[in-house]
Each structure stands twice: as C-alpha cells, then as structure tokens.
Design a protein around this ligand. Structure first.
Ligand code: HEC
Ligand code: HEC
Length: 378
C-alpha cells in the first residue's frame, strides 16, 4: 500500500508536471498520458562504471595529444571537442588535410551506456572503436609500431604506462586508457534530472511545456529518445535528407535496415550542432521542423511510422520543445566520479589542456560555443 501510495505520488509529481500560468496549450492537446511511455525512468543500465582514475588520466592525455596521428597534427579531441558537445562543429568530419569523411562526428557524452558504437552500430567496445580512427588512412593514419616508438621517447608516458601496466607502452594499453577516459564522460545532472528527482522548480515553465510536447502523442519524440539516456539505442529510419553519399547506415550491416541510423542521445545534443549523422540540419529549431514535415522518403526503406505521421506545432510550441532540449544540457561529470581525476575543474567540467606530453603545438583550444546560449528561460 505504502509503495503504491509512493508510486502514485511519483506519478503525479513526474508524470503530470504542474504548469502554472500556461493558458496557450491546453493539456488535452499534449496528450502526454496517451504517449505510451508516460513514465520518465531514472534508472541507467546497470553497467560497470567503476573507473580507475589513473588510467582515465592517462587516457585524457592521449585523447588530446596529436602525437597519436601519423603527422602529429590530429588528436581525438579535434573531432570530439569538449566545448562542441564532443563533436567537431562540422557538417561532416574532416581530417587534418581538410579531406571530408562521410559522416558527422558523434558526441561522446554517456558513451559508456551505448552498446553499439558509430552511427551504424558496427562496433561493440570502446577499446575496439579506438583502433579505427587511429589506423584509418583518412583519419589519423597511424602505424602502431611507430606510435609506440614515439611514445616510448616521452618520459611522462613511459612512467604512466609502466605504473599502470606490466607490459608498459603497448597499442592495446593505449586503447584501454582512452576507453577509460571516455567512460568518465557521464552527464546526468541536467535541469531535467533535478526535476525528475523531485525538484519541481528545476525546469522553467517553458521547458516543462516542452517536456509535455516531447512526450506527447503529437510528436512521439519519447518513442525513440527515452529517458534516462534519451535513446532506446535502436536503429531507425527517420528520413534525414541524404547528402548525396547514399549512406545506408545500419543497412550495410543488417539488410532491411537501409537508411536506419542509431538513435543518438539527446543529452548535450544541442551543443553538437550541426545535427544528424550527416550534419545536414544546421540549427536545432530545424530539427524539430524536420520531424514535423520534412522527412525524406526512401525507396528501399520505410520511414519509421512514428516520424512518418508528422505533426504541426505552432512556433511557440516548437520553441518550447527546443527549450526542453536545453534542459538536457549538463557538461559536468557527476561528483561520484571525481576522485583522482586530474582533468576537471571544481564543478566537474572537462578542462582543455594547455599542453600535452608530446609538446605538440596542435592541441585544440577552448571554444566559446554559441549553442550554449539558447533554449529560452520563461
Ligand atoms: C577525423 C575526425 C575524427 C577523429 C580524429 C576521431 N574521430 Fe571519433 N568519430 C568521428 C566520426 C565522424 C564518427 C562517426 C563515424 C561513424 O559513425 O561512422 C566518430 C565516432 C566515434 C565514436 C562512436 C560514438 C558513438 O556514439 O557511437 C567514438 C567512441 C569515437 N569516435 C572516439 C574517438 C577516439 C577515442 C578518437 C581518437 C583515438 C577518435 N574518435 C578520433 C570522427 C573522428
Ligand atoms: C522513430 C524514432 C525517433 C523519433 C520518434 C524521434 N527521433 Fe530524434 N532521432 C532518431 C534517430 C534515428 C536520429 C538520428 C538520425 C540520423 O542521423 O539520420 C535522431 C536524431 C535526433 C537529433 C539529433 C541529435 C544529434 O546529435 O545530431 C535530435 C536533436 C532529435 N533526434 C530530437 C528529436 C525530437 C525533438 C523528436 C520529436 C519531435 C524526435 N527526435 C523524434 C530517432 C527518433
């Protein structure tokens, strides 16, 4: 009985946000309760987030160090910049020579919870993933043996690898360290999280209206972007306009899923403009408009029915929805992971290093991301 009572309280606290002074959108139009997944689960998947801070500290240095690329001019951070939502701000990624790759760089926030990596989910572990950009001719183009020789000439790295591994500097140990750093990129302290935990003032009235629209039967956003990760980790065809590369996404791995791409997290997603697997949508407002009416039809593949239906929102409602996406921004690592990490500030933000152990001049610089400002506050 008590449990049931508690559940009911939770249901009313979380399931039906009190939205005072909002006469514009009648609650019946949100249809929040009809959306099927009206609850907002807060439980993250039960995976191992037991971090070794020293290993993560080494991974951080390597992640920012251009020595990892053949010409010592490109680091992981060039394409996954902390100030750009761990993307690179480009439509499709470029390598150091300015050559374009075929996809938009992915965010790395909450990557520890992502079971299949890349937009097409072709890789299962962070360690395995790390090898790919390092070795790819059109990315870092690295020769593992040469990289080890280079790292062995740098005392800071030798000492760190020796302290952590019996076999010192090896390519596998390097991928282990970078993966550990990536596992610390956890974001779960947004305004939405505070709200879902019971602080009903944590989100603005506009964000609350946006949440209702996000969960409504009108937009069905929550059908794929489910809490708490704001992705159900599935592959769906939403019909993002093809950029001419005829990228079939998951279809290259699973026939029948042509043009399906991984549902990305929406946490910190506003910060990694432009959007989608090919960066074809430039501003976040246009992402919402795209879902309303612009999904491209493909011959081989059916656009997911939840998107196919489309919707009409007023401009105010669209802005409310965007405002809610801003309630999912939190660029700080939760305090429980701070101990021993040497790359965060007093609030848990990831610092951009002033220098890296190789002494390279090509370290990424801090960036004042214009998409940080937005989302409304009313
Ligand atoms: C030249 C730019 C570039 C460099 C350098 C680069 N990446 Fe990426 N990264 C990308 C792009 C583009 C994607 C998406 C590619 C795809 O889905 O096919 C990606 C995807 C990823 C993913 C998968 C994310 C997800 O949501 O599935 C991880 C993890 C990752 N990169 C980590 C790294 C690490 C670690 C390094 C350094 C060793 C690195 N990247 C170097 C551009 C880059
Ligand atoms: C049928 C499942 C589905 C539904 C419903 C859905 N999405 Fe998505 N969302 C996806 C997929 C898949 C992608 C990646 C598509 C691609 O890149 O081709 C995506 C991408 C996004 C992105 C870009 C994130 C980034 O990092 O580039 C945003 C923002 C977004 N969705 C918001 C929404 C909103 C807001 C709604 C409701 C109006 C919504 N989504 C409804 C599946 C869905």
């Amino acid at each position: 009985m008590i449990a049931l009572g508690l559940l009911l309280v939770l249901f009313f606290a979380i399931g039906m946000p009190p939205i005072a002074g909002d006469p514009e959108i009648a609650e019946k139009d949100w249809e929040a309760e009809a959306a099927g997944s009206a609850e907002l689960p807060r439980d993250w998947p039960n995976i191992d987030t037991d971090i070794d801070p020293e290993l993560a500290n080494l991974g951080y240095q390597l992640f920012f160090d251009p020595i990892l690329s053949a010409d010592n001019d490109l680091s992981c951070a060039h394409c996954h910049h902390p100030d750009k939502g761990f993307g690179d701000g480009l439509t499709v990624t470029q390598n150091a020579a300015g050559e374009k790759l075929n996809r938009h760089s992915s965010s790395l926030w909450n990557i520890v919870y992502v079971p299949s990596l890349f937009w097409d989910g072709r890789v299962d572990t962070l360690e395995e993933q790390t090898r790919i950009p390092l070795l790819a001719a059109n990315e870092m183009n690295q020769n593992p043996e040469e990289l080890i020789v280079e790292l062995e000439a740098i005392d800071v790295y030798v000492a760190a690898f020796d302290a952590l591994f019996d076999d010192g500097v090896t390519f596998d140990n390097l991928t282990t360290a970078i993966a550990e750093f990536e596992r610390t990129l956890i974001s779960n302290g947004s305004a939405f999280d505070a709200y879902a935990e019971g602080d009903l003032d944590a989100m603005s009235a506009q964000q609350l209206r946006g949440l209702a629209i996000f969960r409504s039967d009108t937009t069905r956003c929550i059908g794929c972007h489910i809490a708490p990760a704001f992705t159900d980790q599935s592959f769906r065809v939403v019909g993002v306009p093809d950029n001419g590369s005829n990228d079939k996404g998951r279809g290259d791995i699973t026939p029948g899923l042509e043009y399906a791409f991984k549902v990305p997290t929406l946490r910190n997603a506003v910060l990694s403009a432009p959007y989608m697997h090919n960066g074809e949508i430039v501003i976040i407002e246009d992402v919402v408009d795209f879902y309303g009416k612009d999904a491209q039809k493909f011959e081989q593949s059916q656009v997911d029915f939840q998107v196919e239906m489309g919707f009409n929102l007023t401009e105010d409602e669209r802005n409310d929805l965007v405002s809610f996406l801003y309630a999912l921004v939190d660029e700080t690592i939760p305090e429980e992971y701070w101990e021993g990490l040497n790359y965060i500030d007093a609030e848990g933000h990831i610092l951009i290093p002033d220098s890296v152990p190789s002494g390279s001049d090509f370290v990424v610089k801090a960036f004042d991301n214009p998409t940080r400002v937005g989302g409304g506050t009313q």
